[in-house]
Design a protein around this ligand. Structure first.
Ligand SMILES: NC(=O)c1ccc[n+]([C@@H]2O[C@H](COP(=O)([O-])OP(=O)(O)OC[C@H]3O[C@@H](n4cnc5c(N)ncnc54)[C@H](OP(=O)(O)O)[C@@H]3O)[C@@H](O)[C@H]2O)c1
Length: 376
């Protein structure tokens, strides 16, 4: 019998957070929740705390915290991330706001299960050395990175030639720029294969999500940008691939269902029997692969460009995109303006050397600049 792992879930009211609690509920002999956080959804948070018997909860939003009596603000979120009973912290907040709690959890020696890709995109250069210094177990939750992580078990780092991240192509695969001019929020929120939070669904529609994942993969797997390729695979069955230097291509496959990568991230290095729907190859007789259309979906090449320029540029890409993608959801800019805003903010920035202070200042500048470019 393995000891129960105790879990703090940052962003427990979101798509990944709720699915993490589903996994904890289904495997209650293995996992126990000890702290939960949200942005301002105190009603859902309190219901979760009651169901899972969790005493430590926090919200980021101070108004919501004051109204509900829930501890609030960054300090309270960091307390949840460093809860003395927690063995592992699931980082599943939407955006780079997860950076300081992640660093605090690492400092406190917690294992990290990371969904919030923005943390590594903006600050991989700060986070990864800390992970190594503190000898922290970091497991990815993103399905593509979980796939690569799983494929790499047993492969020596120097034997990896490249990785191939798969992308569904989003709801607008096959469309050209002209077709995308009048896209509404409702259309962009219709993802063909995954049900996710709002911001990541918009990122999937622009292909920025894949660009962010390229940068995340660089940091997680210690690769150069030209070792991370992207292929469109609309069926979302092959979750990603690793090519070794002898030309073998190894993949991890299954139905698109985040509960499996979440379970793997929590249970690693163990494998856990479960009741998730099992995939049978005969149920997907046709699997297709195609090159991404980088002329139409410009966010993907922009992410490679940010990685090439390095320093603080990926932080700028991420911050401008967070503002623009959320701005599109709020009706403050059009769909095509997302890429335009990110591009303009990047053009205004000269990448600088990275440390935590320069990243926080750059993030703030890029957000303000992106806001000033918004049409409404
Ligand atoms: N959803 C997926 O299938 C999926 C797959 C791979 C990776 N990811 C990554 O996982 C992360 C979360 O995605 P999601 O789809 O679960 O997002 P989501 O459904 O929008 O949930 C976000 C969670 O974070 C909280 N939150 C939002 N803003 C916050 C802030 N400023 N401070 C503190 N907490 C905040 C939200 O609380 P409230 O409920 O109070 O707003 C909610 O609990 C993202 O980085 C995404 O890229 C998601």
């Amino acid at each position: 019998m393995r000891p129960v792992k105790r879990v703090s879930v940052l962003g427990s009211t979101g798509s990944i957070g709720r699915q993490t609690l589903d996994v904890i509920r289904d495997c209650s002999d293995q996992f126990e929740a000890v702290a939960l956080t949200a942005f301002k959804n105190t009603d859902a948070l309190k219901r979760q705390a009651e169901e899972f018997g969790v005493k430590s909860i926090a919200v980021m939003d101070e108004g919501a915290g004051r109204r509900s009596g829930v501890p609030c603000g960054m300090r309270a979120i960091i307390d949840a991330a460093t809860h003395p009973d927690a063995d592992i912290v699931v980082i599943a907040v939407a955006g780079v706001i997860g950076l300081l709690p992640t660093l605090a959890a690492i400092e406190a020696g917690k294992s990290i299960a990371l969904a919030s890709k923005e943390v590594l995109v903006a600050a991989g250069e700060v986070v990864m050395p800390k992970i190594r210094e503190k000898n922290i177990a970091l497991t990815p939750i993103d399905s593509e990175h979980s796939a690569v992580f799983q494929c790499m078990q047993g492969i020596k780092e120097e034997d990896v030639k490249r990785i191939i991240l798969t992308a569904s192509g989003g709801p607008f695969r096959g469309k050209k720029t002209e077709d995308l001019r009048e896209i509404t929020q409702e259309q962009a929120l219709q993802h063909p294969t995954w049900r996710m939070g709002g911001k990541i669904t918009i990122d999937s529609a622009t292909l920025m999500n894949k660009g962010l994942e390229v940068i995340e993969a660089k940091w997680l797997f210690n690769l150069e940008a030209d070792q991370v390729d992207v292929v469109i695979h609309p069926q979302s069955i092959v979750h990603s691939m690793v090519e070794t230097k002898d030309g073998s291509v190894i993949s991890q496959m299954g139905w698109p269902n985040m509960r499996l990568p979440i379970l793997y991230a929590l249970a690693h290095p163990d494998r856990t029997p479960n009741n998730l729907p099992q995939w049978n190859p005969a149920s997907t007789p046709v699997m297709t692969f195609e090159e991404p259309d980088v002329a139409t979906f410009r966010c993907l090449p922009m992410a490679y460009e940010a990685l090439k320029q390095g320093g603080t540029m990926p932080c700028v890409l991420n911050a401008a995109n967070e503002v623009a993608a959320n701005g599109f959801l709020e009706g403050r800019c059009g769909f095509l303006e997302i890429a335009e805003i990110v591009e303009k903010v990047m053009e205004k920035h000269r990448p600088a050397k990275v440390d935590l202070d320069s990243l926080l200042a750059t993030d703030k500048w890029a957000r303000a600049t992106a806001r000033s470019l918004m049409s409404v």
